[in-house]
Design a protein around this ligand. Structure first.
Ligand SMILES: [Zn+2]
Ligand SMILES: [Zn+2]
Length: 266
């Protein structure tokens, strides 16, 4: 591996949702205090360009769904000098509304998606509101339009996006959920996205209530651990603790943009 294949990695918070802990776990939670979710996109920055993971929701859809937009995704990217017009690769972990909106933000990008996720989001499972409600039809249609425009690269299981950046099918939460593994100066970092919403899910063997297959969620925690050298190299998809454990990308970005390629605090 050359130095060219080692990246800086950022978690960029764009949204927030206060909620009781019982809303975060299948079967509820015995303590049931406040346990909010944060909403993130991630940026992988290296010499050969920037790879974005997920595109968030836009403010209108967030508001309709009762989610607060803390900072629009575009502003988060700008805070670390990422111009969306120059981004050539976007990895979509899965097609839930909070990961696949802002679909016009990256006009030049190719979108990387698992075969199974597109089949899931356009097939019979969407006939069931309890599953389909987590998808935004306009966002799914926008991805279909990108397919016909030649702007989607499909992956089946594990694949390489760039030197030192790979995707890995996990499933569970959605049928085609994928996580991302990226080489950094502290070793490979695994961006779990919704393969574990919070540290508490993976650490406790617990399951977020939005789910396609419970067993695959639980097996997914083992997959994350196999992909990462230690648990400290796994970054959950919605945990506010990410912004306290990792340092701000630079002064002034505290609580907004964190640097993931450096060791987290305990
Ligand atoms: Zn999700
Ligand atoms: Zn999510």
């Amino acid at each position: 591996m050359s130095a060219d294949d080692s990246y800086e990695v950022f978690a960029i918070r764009y949204g927030h949702h206060p909620r009781p802990a019982s809303a975060n776990f299948l079967g509820g939670d015995p303590h049931d205090g406040n346990m909010p979710l944060d909403y993130f996109v991630w940026a992988i920055v290296g010499r050969s360009g920037t790879v974005i993971i997920d595109t968030g929701f836009d403010e209108a859809v967030g508001a309709r769904r009762g989610r607060q937009t803390t900072k629009p995704v575009r502003e988060g990217l700008a805070s670390i000098g990422v111009d969306p017009n120059t981004v050539e690769n976007v990895i979509v972990s899965h097609l839930h509304y909070d990961h696949s909106g802002n679909y016009d933000l990256f006009p030049r990008a190719r979108y990387h998606l698992q075969d199974r996720e597109m089949a899931y989001a356009t097939g019979r499972c969407m006939c069931h509101p309890v599953i389909g409600n987590s998808f935004e039809p306009d966002y799914v249609v926008a991805m279909i339009r990108k397919v016909f425009a030649g702007r989607v690269a499909f992956h089946d299981g594990e694949d390489r996006i760039a030197p030192g950046i790979t995707v890995h099918h996990i499933g569970g939460h959605t049928k085609g959920l994928q996580c991302v593994r990226v080489n950094t100066a502290r070793g490979p970092v695994v961006l779990a996205s919704d393969a574990t919403h919070l540290y508490a899910h993976m650490d406790g063997g617990r399951v977020f209530p939005t789910v396609y297959n419970v067993a695959d969620v639980l097996e997914g925690y083992a997959t994350l651990r196999k992909l990462a050298p230690t648990a400290r190299h796994i970054v959950p998809g919605h945990d506010p603790l990410v912004l306290t454990r990792y340092p701000a990308a630079k002064p002034g970005l505290e609580g907004w943009v964190a640097r993931l390629d450096v060791e987290p605090a305990a």
